[in-house]
Ligand binder design. Structure first.
Ligand code: LLP
Length: 463
């Protein structure tokens, strides 16, 4: 968003303070389809509905705060990724964005695979019936116990992240009489976030094995020698919330360069290349994400072109979108509590959740949108900051947003695009209870992750 002070002041200030906001939208009641899930609309009374259910009913039946997940939208987006990449590629949904057993079943039904990065995610996937051979297991510090569980379950691939892990996975697989399919995660010297990417020396991080200095080539050498491993490909993940495809271009160029070196040295053409996740979504109206079919076309063209010029057979491509599938499909529904106008500054709108259900604003300075959803209002816009109920002044959900100036306690507001990395990064800070995830579809609401209770908290506290 642009930094601009808007001349049309809110009711509490003549001059707006410096902030990270654009002009107020012409109509505060309109809901930008870019940031709201696809079945969201307002009914005749002006109440927002999703999946055919209005938010007042949802709040009455399930309480607030609540994550409200639009199942039809989730399935549509999952299917769009699957269709865009076709049968010659694999889409692994990144479970770290949000995972529950219902989500695993939807993914299974829609033909997607699953990327997990901990024993807990693996357990969730297996308990919901995801076939193990459609699971990829990631992580920079998998325990021996996690590796053993993954190998025993028969996961489709383990993504090796260090020299030590190459030996450890080979040893565990061999001792179980298995040959484990693996990829090696490399760092390609590219880091991409939002609209920017940098192609310099971003090997300085905990993930992967650097291509630089021949380290990745050495890892391949070692993996190819070990009987417990079947090396099927190279993996690269370059960042998050990416809009600019040029980072992938450089990454693919460098990974294909490694594939060529492997062919030349070992006479082996590895059959797979995984380009990771990281594709961006719209959190505000200023963001313009690409559609899955455009991304699939761009990535396929890049890899094909690079392989042609290296005279390699084009490997099977896989991708791991998390945010781009689940992010836009949910909003967080809050009830407004205290409304505190600060003269000359802004109005602090407190909600019944906060940094425990959305840490992204505090942690990454993330931007979000917000709207009054329990009614329409024609009151003038006021510059607001939506804050939580935690004992911390950094407990901000939406830093700068315009809301109607007649906003009052008891109103419902919603923050869209909270499907990814909000419930999955939620905490119990201040012993605030984590909200439920309520899936809505065709007029029905179903709790897929229930609200935490004080009994849940006390059960863990064994005195
Ligand atoms: N594959 C790998 C190997 C990853 O490390 C990640 C994300 C993904 C796929 C999925 O990325 P996505 O498509 O969801 O961007 N907590 C941060 C995001 C951390 C992402 C970590 N890795 C956030 O809230 O923005």
């Amino acid at each position: 968003m642009s930094r601009s002070a808007h001349p049309a002041g809110p009711r509490h200030a003549d001059v707006l303070p410096e902030g990270h906001y654009s002009a107020p939208p012409a109509d505060l009641n309109s809901l930008d389809p870019k940031v709201w899930s696809r079945t969201v609309t307002r009914d005749d009374l002006g109440v927002v509905t999703v999946g055919g259910i209005d938010v007042k009913t949802l709040a009455e039946q399930h309480g607030t705060p609540a994550y409200v997940l639009d199942e039809a939208d989730f399935r549509d987006r999952a299917r769009a990724w699957r269709t865009a990449f076709g049968t010659d590629a694999d889409v692994f949904y990144a479970g770290k964005a949000f995972l529950s057993r219902a989500v695993v079943r939807w993914l299974h039904e829609e033909g997607l695979n699953l990327d997990v990065c901990s024993g807990g995610e693996l357990a969730t996937a297996l308990s919901a019936g995801m076939p193990a051979d459609r699971i990829a297991f990631h992580g920079n510090n998998k325990s021996s116990e996690e590796i053993e569980r993954a190998v025993r379950a028969g996961v489709g691939r383990i993504v090796l992240d260090s020299f030590q892990e190459i030996v450890r996975v080979a040893h565990i697989a061999q001792s179980l009489g298995r040959r484990q399919r693996v990829q090696i995660r490399v760092t390609v010297g590219v880091e991409a976030h939002t609209h920017e990417f940098i192609a310099t020396a971003h090997e300085d991080q905990k993930f992967g094995i650097p291509l630089a200095g021949g380290q990745a080539a050495e890892a391949v050498r070692r993996a190819l020698r070990l009987d417990g491993l079947e090396l099927i490909g190279i993996h690269s993940h370059i960042g998050s919330q990416i809009f600019d495809m040029s980072g992938f271009e450089v990454a693919a160029h460098r990974v294909v360069g490694l594939l060529k070196d492997i062919r030349d040295e070992h006479g082996v053409e590895l059959p797979e290349i995984d380009l990771g996740g990281g594709l961006g979504i719209a959190y505000t109206s200023d963001d313009d994400p690409r559609e899955p079919h455009e991304i699939a076309k761009a990535l396929t063209e890049i890899v094909t072109r690079e392989c042609e010029s290296a005279r390699l057979r084009t490997p099977r491509i896989s991708v791991e979108p998390g945010r781009a599938i689940v992010g836009p499909t949910a909003f967080t529904l809050y009830e407004v509590g205290t409304v505190k106008p600060l003269d000359g500054l802004r109005t602090y709108v407190s909600v019944d959740g906060g940094m425990s259900d959305n840490i992204r604003t505090a942690l990454y300075d993330a931007e979000y949108s917000v709207a009054l959803v329990s009614r329409v209002s024609d009151a003038a816009p006021m510059l607001a900051r939506v804050v939580g109920k935690h004992c911390e002044s950094g407990d901000i959900v939406v830093k700068d947003a315009f809301l109607p100036s007649d906003l009052a306690p008891g109103d419902l507001i919603a923050v869209p695009a909270t499907g990814a990395y909000c419930r999955s990064m939620a905490s119990n800070y201040n012993h605030v209870l984590r909200p439920p995830v309520v899936a809505v579809r065709e007029g029905e609401a179903r709790v897929i992750v229930r609200r935490e209770t004080e009994e849940d908290l006390l059960r863990l506290d064994v005195g």
